[in-house]
Design a protein around this ligand. Sequence first.
Ligand code: THU
Length: 136
Amino acid sequence: MNIDWEDLRRAAVEAAGRAYAPYSGYPVGVAALADDGRLLQGCNVENAAYGVTLCAECGLVSQLHITGGGRLTHAVCVNGNGEVIMPCGRCRQLLFEHGGPQMLLWTVSGVKPMSEVLPDAFGPDDLARVSPEVAS
Ligand code: THU
């Protein structure tokens, strides 16, 4: 599938503009496509109890499921300057869960599959191997 990465980045910048980041002063926006072409967005939402902060990717995967589910196919995260950033470790795991190893991420070193962004990832297949009734 040929997609317009600049359009996707613009959607991430728009999402960053809605961030609630009064404590860090570091807005983050993420935009992604689902396998049916749906555009999804998320922004970080901080909390006075700092550890409760929700990364932008949390809102994104919630929106994926609220709007009908499916799989993420392409994603990009940006900061408040519109620069592409890497998702934190936890959020790489979130993206892997909902996009799998083939999902393409625009990273700080170009577009890469999640299999390179989170190598040898733990995922649903690991659970399915031991408890087939639990996952997949
Ligand atoms: N942040 C995200 O939203 N996603 C990431 O992948 C990296 C970090 C947010 C969390 C916090 O609100 C701010 O960036 C500074 O860490």
